[in-house]
Design a binder for this molecule. Structure first.
Ligand SMILES: [Zn+2]
Length: 344
């Protein structure tokens, strides 16, 4: 088995001191991967800047030009949360391009699976607007690449970031070729992702939203994986699984109120790896979205790599332990999602 990773130093140059989505996130991940001896066991995949043609499958030319212009003028903000620095345009091109390379390496059989350690993140970015710390929608660009250039008919995106992947939903809600399964705190930023959002027109049924009240933890996610994610994926029969991996549903994350532990994240990675093995020859590509507690983020990513490499053999490392608080039950939300899709 070979597991790939994508990283480029330009991802550190998109940085604003005091902002939660800063370069320390990626530095911390790399430090932990190095300390734990993971890097020499991984296959490095070079990032390249995304081509204009590939980027314009998702974003308008006018918006791409706007990001370039703001960066060239010394930086600024696209909205209150979303900053652009002088290097941000080049970093964002390299983030989308890095994830496409990660997908290409898996589809070409160079590696079995990959994790793209890219910044800025992408899942909130709309076709014509950056938002929620995101400039270009990396996972949407990669899914479009797989469909348009690799002849795939069905791509599954699983988004377990604590925030709803509204940009990804916006791109694919009318497209039956992409199923999006998103777990997220609700109501919460950005406000979308109700269980009744199931897709539109020919895409009806392909958006699977699992909106969760704060307080859902490892046991709740175990049940959601078993009772929603697995059956939905089996129905869809994806040829590739992309994962918007956010580690901000950890119990100690400063931006949200969920109760996942590192063990819970490891179990999610294991379930997705098993699913990819059963449905699409193991073709599984993770991309970094959120996660703002540096240790929760870094050890979450470490253990995800451990699962991708070794599966059951990996020794879980969790310096933070389980959530000190009780869990909120998920029976009601699971029932509502199943009814919304006519699966119950
Ligand atoms: Zn997030």
């Amino acid at each position: 088995m070979a597991t790939g990773y994508v990283y480029d130093p330009i991802y550190l140059e998109h940085d604003l001191r005091g902002h939660p989505e800063n370069q320390q996130r990626l530095k911390s991940i790399l430090r932990v991967l190095e300390q734990r001896g993971l890097l020499p066991r991984l296959t490095s995949i070079d990032a390249v800047p995304i081509s204009r043609e590939r980027l314009e499958r998702v974003h308008t030319a006018r918006y791409i030009d706007q990001v370039q212009r703001v960066a060239a003028q010394g930086g600024g903000h696209l909205d209150a949360d979303t900053y652009v620095r002088p290097a941000s345009y080049d970093a964002a091109l390299m983030a989308a391009g890095g994830l496409v390379e990660a997908a290409r390496a898996v589809l070409d059989g160079e590696v079995d699976n990959t994790f793209a350690l890219v910044r800025p993140p992408g899942h909130h970015a709309l076709s014509n607007r950056g938002m929620g710390f995101c400039l270009f929608n990396n996972v949407a660009v990669a899914a479009r690449y797989a469909l348009a250039e690799r002849g795939l008919d069905r791509v599954l995106i699983v988004d377990f970031d604590v925030h709803h992947g509204n940009g990804t939903q916006d791109e694919f809600e009318a497209d039956p070729a992409v199923m999006l399964i998103s777990t997220h705190q609700y109501p919460y930023y950005p406000g979308t992702g109700h269980w009744s959002d199931t897709g539109t027109g020919p895409g009806e049924g392909s958006m699977v939203n699992v909106p969760l009240a704060g307080g859902v933890g490892d046991e709740g996610f175990r049940r959601i994986l078993a009772e929603v994610v697995m059956p939905a994926a089996w129905r869809f029969q994806p040829q590739l699984i992309l994962v918007s991996a956010g580690y901000d549903a950890h119990w100690d994350d400063p931006l949200a109120y969920m109760q996942l532990s590192i063990d819970g994240y490891t179990a999610i990675a294991r379930a997705l790896k098993d699913l990819a093995g059963e449905l699409c020859a193991g073709r599984l590509v993770f991309t970094l979205e959120g996660g703002y507690h540096l240790d929760a983020l870094s050890y979450g990513v470490l253990n995800t790599f451990g699962v991708l490499l070794d599966g059951e053999a990996w020794q879980v490392v969790d310096p933070l332990g389980p959530s000190p608080r009780g869990e909120r039950p998920v029976d009601d939300v699971i029932a509502r999602v199943l009814v919304a899709h006519g699966w119950s």
